[in-house]
Design a protein around this ligand. Structure first.
Ligand SMILES: Nc1nc2c(c(=O)[nH]1)N[C@H]1C(S)=C(S)[C@@H](COP(=O)(O)OP(=O)(O)OC[C@H]3O[C@@H](n4cnc5c(=O)[nH]c(N)nc54)[C@H](O)[C@@H]3O)O[C@H]1N2
Ligand SMILES: Nc1nc2c(c(=O)[nH]1)N[C@H]1C(S)=C(S)[C@@H](COP(=O)(O)OP(=O)(O)OC[C@H]3O[C@@H](n4cnc5c(=O)[nH]c(N)nc54)[C@H](O)[C@@H]3O)O[C@H]1N2
Ligand code: SF4
Ligand SMILES: [Mo]
Length: 701
C-alpha cells in the first residue's frame, strides 16, 4: 500500500491516498497487538480513527506494519463495544452506573478479604494493558487487599522463557536487541512462525536470509520461513529437548564449541557432556522423527557461523517440559560462545502480547515484585514497603491455574479478570467455566461481552490501546509510549482509572494520579527501571531496560562482561528428554497443535470485529492429505474434533503444511471450542499449558 508504484493498491476507506510520506497530523503510538512494538501514526477525524500508518522512523518497524496493527481498528466503533458497566441481578447482566458497579465490587472484595482472608481474593492482570495499569493492579492486590494472588497471561505463554532464561543467564528477557539479531549470518528459528505471528519481524528475518544469511527452521509444520530454510527440521511436537540435545551432541562431537568461553564464562559442562552421550543423532532421529543427516547439517550451520542467533516462540515453551526446552536451547548458544559476546546474537524469545514483557516487568506475578525481585526476599520486600508504606505479604500467591482450582474447591471468594478471556483462551475451557461459576464474585474489565464476561457478576467497560495513555515493553525489552488517539466510547474508562477509583472507594490511595507517576514510582521500587520516564520516552522514543540511570542509555545487548546469575556465569542445563503429557492412541490417533494465523489475534475479540474477518472468515483444521483420506475428510467439510477433554467443530483444510499424524488449528474463534480440547497438562516448572500437544480424533459431519 505504501510503495505501490502505480497506485493500483491503496489504503481502503477514508485513509485512501494517505501514505507515510504524505499525511495529516497524527498521534504517534505503539501497536497494541503483538510484542514486536511497531510505532504507528494514527490519523483521526471527528474523534474516529480513519487510518493507521506505520512510522518510517519506528525503532523496530522502520516503516512497516502488519494486517493487524494497520487495519484491525474497526473494533473501536463496533456496536458490540461495552459502553456502560453491567451488574448481574436475578441471573442477568443489567446495565448500571459506575457508582453502583464499583460500590458492588468494593463491598464484595472487602467482604471476601474479611471473611476468608486476603488470599481468597485473586486478580489476573492484562498483558494487553499498559505497564502503568499492570503496576497499579499488582500494587492494589498487595497494598489494598494484602495478597500476592496476581498473575498475567505470560503464564500461558512465555513463563518458561522467564524461568529458563533467568536460570541460564540471570535476567528474564531476550539477550540481544533485534537489530543485532538481524546482523546474524545464521538464524536458528525454533517453534515460531513470525511470518504470521510477528509479521514485521518475519519480514526482517526473511530479508536477512535473502541477503545471504543461513536459515535453520525447527517446526513440525511447513511454516512460511521454512520455505526459505537451508534446513527444515520437523520434530514431532513435544520432542524439542531431545532435538536440542542432538544438536548439542553434534557441536561437541565435531569440535564446534567455544572452549575459551566455556572455560571462562560458563558452568555445568561436565554434567552436560555426560548427558549428551545418550543423544547421538541416530537415537535423536528415533525420538524426534528428524533424519540424522538433517540434524548434523543444522548443527554444522549453527556451529560454523560467525555470528549465529537463536529466535524462538511458543513451540518451545507451551509444553510439559517447556522450561527444559528453553534451557536446552540456551545450551546451544552457550556451547558456541554466541551469547554475551561478539561471536553471536544470543537467545531471543518472540514474546507474544504487546505488553506481556511489561506486565511481568511490572510485577503482575505471584512470586515477583516489580523488577523481578522475589517476594520471599526480605530485602526486596522492604524496598517496596519503603515506597508503598505498608507491609508486603511474603507468601507467594497463586498462579492462574491454581486460582481456578481454588475456585472449584470453594476456596476462592473473588476473582478480578482484567483483559484476558480465560474461558476462551485458557486450556480445558469447560473446567475454567466451572471455576468461574463456583467463585462467588467474578469481576471482568473488558471491551466486549467476552466468554469470560458472560460468566462474570460485574463487567466494567474499558478503553483499549488506541484510547489510552501509558507505555508498553516490546519483545526486545524496549519501553515505548502509548498515546490516546481517540476517546473511549460511552462511559468506558481506562483500566488505570478503574483501579484507582476502586482503591479510593475502599479507602486506599494508590498515590499515582496519572500513568507517568506510576512509571516513576515503579522506578523507585525497581532500580532496573529507575532511568525511565514518560518525559524521557517522549524525547528519545524507545529505551530498553535494564535502565537504572536517567542520564545513560538502556542496555540493548546483555551480558557483555558478565552474566547476571549469582556467580556471573552462564549455566548449562542437563535435563534429560521426557515425553509430552499427551500421547496419541487408537482412540485419539492424531496430535493436535494449536497456534496462530496471520489475520486474527488470540481470542479474536478485536480482529473478528472489523475488516480482518473478511480476510480469514472461518476456523480451519489443517490436515495432511494422507490423514484426510484415512478418515474420509474432504477439503472444506465440517468436522468434529474430539479429545479426552472436550469437543470442537471446525472446517477441514487439506494441505501438506501439516505432517501426517498431526493436525493444526488456531484458537481465534472461541465459538468453535478449541480450548475445550486442550488439557490441563502444564510445564512442570511454570504451569504454562501444554497447548502444543493434544491427542484428538476427527469425525465427519
Ligand atoms: N496473527 C497473530 N499474531 C500473534 C498472535 C495471534 O494470535 N495472531 N498472538 C501473539 C501472542 S500472544 C504470541 S505468544 C505470539 C506467538 O507466536 P508464535 O510462537 O510464533 O506462535 P504459535 O503459532 O503459537 O507457535 C509457533 C510454532 O510452534 C510450532 N510448534 C508446535 N509444537 C512444536 C514443537 O514441539 N517443537 C517445535 N520446534 N515447534 C513446535 C507450531 O507448529 C507453530 O508454527 O504471537 C503473537 N502474535
Ligand atoms: N489453544 C491455544 N490457546 C492459547 C494459546 C495457544 O497457542 N493455543 N496461546 C496462549 C497465549 S500465548 C496467550 S498470550 C493467551 C492470550 O489470551 P487472552 O489474553 O485471553 O487473549 P486476547 O484476545 O489477547 O485478550 C483478552 C481480552 O482482553 C480484551 N482487551 C483488549 N485490550 C484490553 C485492555 O486494554 N484492557 C482490558 N481490560 N481488556 C482488553 C480483549 O477484548 C480480549 O477479550 O492465549 C493462550 N491460549
Ligand atoms: S507486527 Fe505486531 S506490533 Fe507490528 S503492526 Fe503487526 S501486530 Fe502490531
Ligand atoms: Mo502469548
Amino acid at each position: 500500500v505504501d510503495t505501490c508504484p502505480t497506485g493500483a493498491i491503496t489504503e481502503p476507506g477514508p485513509g485512501r491516498g494517505l501514505t507515510s510520506a504524505h499525511r495529516p497530523a497524527a498521534t504517534r503510538t505503539t501497536c497494541g497487538y503483538c510484542g514486536v512494538g511497531c510505532a504507528l501514526d494514527v490519523i483521526t477525524s471527528d474523534a474516529e480513527v480513519t487510518a493507521v500508518l506505520p512510522a518510517r522512523d519506528g525503532p523496530v518497524n522502520q516503516g512497516h506494519a502488519c494486517v493487524k496493527g494497520r487495519f484491525a481498528h474497526g473494533y473501536l466503533t463496533s456496536s458490540e463495544r461495552l459502553t456502560r458497566p453491567l451488574l448481574r441481578r436475578h441471573g442477568r447482566l443489567e446495565s448500571v452506573g459506575w457508582d453502583e458497579a464499583l460500590g458492588h465490587v468494593a463491598r464484595g472484595l472487602r467482604e471476601a478479604a474479611d471473611t476468608g482472608g486476603p488470599d481468597t481474593v485473586a486478580a489476573i492482570s492484562s498483558a494487553r494493558a499498559t505497564n502503568e495499569e499492570n503496576y497499579l493492579v499488582q500494587k492494589f492486590m498487595r497494598v489494598v487487599i494484602g495478597t500476592n494472588n496476581v498473575d498475567n497471561c505470560s503464564r500461558l505463554c512465555h513463563s518458561p522463557s522467564a524461568a529458563g532464561l533467568t536460570a541460564s543467564f540471570g535476567l528474564s528477557g531476550g539477550t540481544d536487541s533485534f537489530d543485532d539479531v538481524e546482523r546474524s549470518d545464521c538464524l536458528l528459528v525454533v517453534g515460531a512462525n513470525p511470518v504470521e505471528a510477528h509479521p514485521v519481524v518475519g519480514a526482517r528475518l526473511l530479508r536477512r536470509v535473502l541477503r545471504g544469511a543461513k536459515l535453520v527452521v525447527a517446526d513440525p509444520r511447513a511454516v512460511g520461513l521454512a520455505l526459505h530454510a537451508d534446513v527444515h527440521l520437523r520434530p514431532r511436537p513435544g520432542t524439542n529437548v531431545a532435538l536440542f540435545h542432538g544438536l548439542a551432541h553434534v557441536l561437541l562431537a565435531e569440535g564446534l564449541t567455544d572452549e575459551e568461553f566455556l572455560r571462562e564464562r560458563a558452568t555445568g559442562l561436565p554434567e552436560l557432556v555426560e548427558l549428551l552421550d545418550d543423544y547421538p543423532p541416530d537415537r535423536v532421529a528415533d525420538v524426534t522423527g528428524v533424519p540424522a543427516a538433517d540434524l548434523v547439517a543444522a548443527a554444522r550451520l549453527y556451529g560454523r557461523a560467525g555470528r549465529p542467533a537463536i529466535v524462538y516462540g511458543l513451540g518451545v515453551t507451551e509444553h510439559l517440559h517447556g522450561t527444559d526446552g528453553v534451557r536446552s536451547l540456551a545450551n546451544l548458544a552457550i556451547l558456541r560462545g554466541a551469547v554475551g559476546s561478539d561471536r553471536g546474537h544470543g537467545v531471543n524469545p518472540l514474546r507474544g502480547q504487546n505488553n506481556v514483557q511489561g506486565a511481568s516487568d511490572m510485577g503482575a506475578l505471584p512470586d515477583l515484585l516489580p523488577g523481578y525481585g522475589k517476594v520471599t526476599d526480605p530485602a526486596v520486600r522492604s524496598r517496596a514497603e519503603a515506597v508503598w508504606g505498608v507491609q508486603v505479604p511474603e507468601r507467594p500467591g497463586m498462579r492462574i491455574p491454581d486460582m481456578f482450582a481454588a475456585a472449584r474447591a470453594g476456596e476462592l471468594r473473588a476473582l478480578w479478570v482484567i483483559g484476558e478471556d480465560v474461558c476462551a483462551t485458557d486450556p480445558d475451557a469447560n473446567r475454567v467455566a466451572e471455576a468461574l461459576d463456583a467463585c462467588p464474585l467474578v469481576v471482568c474489565n473488558e471491551l466486549f461481552l467476552s466468554e469470560t464476561a458472560r460468566h462474570a457478576d460485574v463487567v466494567l467497560p474499558v478503553a483499549s490501546w488506541l484510547e489510552k495513555d501509558g507505555t508498553f515493553v516490546n519483545f526486545d525489552r524496549r519501553f515505548q509510549r502509548v498515546r490516546p488517539a481517540v476517546p473511549p466510547p460511552g462511559e468506558a474508562r481506562s483500566d488505570f482509572d478503574v483501579v484507582r477509583a476502586l482503591a479510593a472507594l475502599m479507602g486506599a490511595d494508590l498515590d499515582c494520579s496519572a500513568p507517568a507517576d506510576a512509571l516513576a514510582e515503579c522506578g523507585r521500587v525497581a532500580p532496573v527501571f529507575a532511568g525511565l520516564s514518560h518525559e524521557r520516552l517522549d524525547r528519545e522514543g524507545a529505551v530498553p531496560w535494564p535502565c537504572p540511570d536517567p542520564g545513560r542509555p538502556g542496555q540493548a545487548k546483555l551480558y557483555a562482561e558478565r552474566f547476571a546469575t549469582p556467580d556471573g556465569r552462564a549455566h548449562l542445563a542437563s535435563a534429560p528428554y521426557l515425553p509430552p503429557g499427551e500421547t496419541p492412541d487408537d482412540d485419539y490417533p492424531l496430535v493436535l497443535v494449536t497456534g496462530r494465523r496471520w489475520a486474527h489475534y488470540n481470542s479474536g475479540s478485536m480482529t473478528r470485529r472489523g475488516g480482518n474477518l473478511a480476510l480469514d472468515p472461518v476456523d480451519f483444521l489443517d490436515l495432511h492429505p494422507d490423514d484426510a483420506a484415512r478418515y474420509g475428510v474432504r477439503d472444506g467439510a465440517q468436522v468434529g474434533v474430539e479429545s479426552r477433554h472436550g469437543r470442537a467443530r471446525l472446517i477441514a483444510r487439506i494441505s501438506e503444511q501439516t505432517a501426517t499424524g498431526q493436525a493444526f488449528c488456531s484458537f481465534h474463534f472461541p465459538a468453535s471450542g478449541v480450548n475445550r480440547l486442550t488439557s490441563d497438562h502444564a510445564d512442570t516448572v511454570t504451569s504454562c499449558p501444554e497447548y502444543k500437544v493434544t491427542a484428538v480424533r476427527v469425525t465427519v459431519g
